[in-house]
Ligand binder design. Structure first.
Ligand code: GLU
Length: 284
């Protein structure tokens, strides 16, 4: 087996749909093409939205479509546990590291405050760009024993261009402070945010290439800043173009008719489902 390590990182917050299946299938294609390993990580960090019945459905649907992973919650592996809900200590250590490096600060703004900051330009992925209300002065030292009770934001280097070459979509560049602002790494309800959890896990599980949907391109720029702040080496990235429905809207968990489960119940075979999306190309 080569050093290539890919991953499947589904969130059990609903049924998997065609778009997920396409991304995961692509991840498996590349892991196989490079003779590497595929890791399944259960991204159940959001305790309120994740449901045990979706975890079970997720494994079943992934297997049904023809996916096979070598490490994961159900098969084990050297980097266990593979469910984010069981990896809190790792995220908490990263929070401490970011705090000690002056990279993050507590934010007391409510959702309402943010919505009212009318002049803030809009970041279409996650609402308005944070206007910096709680951002401390440079050099101000923040001390805290734990992240509890507050949102914690990462201070982005305003004006810096974050660029990377995506293996599917080519050269990408986003400007910190313009394309995205100070983002949340730890939530008030004491849950690490997606951006932090995914970086900690991809690094800890030694993932060499992240294959995921193009809706996360801008998140990749944020995550590159986290890798740097944590002194970690980032993986390579391959962002799959998004699948659109008949109205040109990207598929989401609300598209029940396009869930793998519904298609299967309606008599589709795995082979028919896999035949729906265009084949991914790549020079190997
Ligand atoms: N768990 C995320 C999702 O289902 C994917 C995260 C990632 O691939 O980085 O949308």
């Amino acid at each position: 087996m080569s050093a290539y390590r890919g991953r499947l990182a589904p969130s059990p917050t609903g049924l998997l749909h065609l778009g997920h299946a396409r991304t995961f299938w692509t991840a498996q294609e590349w892991a196989r093409a490079f003779g590497g390993a595929l890791v399944l990580r259960n991204e159940d960090i959001d305790r309120e939205r994740s449901k045990p019945e979706f975890v079970a459905a997720m494994y079943e649907d992934l297997r049904w479509i023809g996916l096979d992973w070598q490490e994961g919650p159900d098969v084990g592996g050297p980097f266990a546990p593979y469910s984010q809900s069981e990896r809190y200590d790792l995220y908490s250590a990263a929070w401490k590291q970011l705090l000690s490096r002056g990279a993050i600060y507590p934010c007391r703004c409510s959702r309402k405050d943010l919505a009212q900051s009318a002049s803030a330009p809009h970041d279409d992925e996650d609402g308005p760009i944070y206007p910096g209300t709680c951002r401390p002065m440079p050099g101000e030292h923040i001390q805290a024993a734990s992240p509890k009770g507050m949102n914690w934001r990462f201070r982005v280097p305003d004006g810096e261009a974050i660029s990377f070459v995506d293996a599917a979509l080519g050269a990408q560049a986003f400007v910190a402070g313009r394309d995205f602002g100070d983002f949340v790494v730890w939530r008030r309800d004491d849950v690490p945010a997606y951006q932090l959890a995914v970086v900690v896990d991809d690094a800890a599980m030694r993932i060499t290439e992240v294959v995921r949907g193009a809706d996360l391109l801008r998140s990749t720029a944020r995550q590159l800043l986290l890798y740097r702040a944590l002194g970690l080496t980032p993986p390579a990235f391959y962002h799959c173009p998004l699948l659109l429905d008949e109205h040109g809207v990207r598929l989401a968990k609300r598209h029940d008719a396009l869930s793998i489960r519904t298609m299967r119940e309606n008599g589709a075979t795995p082979c028919e489902v896999r035949g729906i999306w265009p084949r991914s190309g790549r020079a190997l």
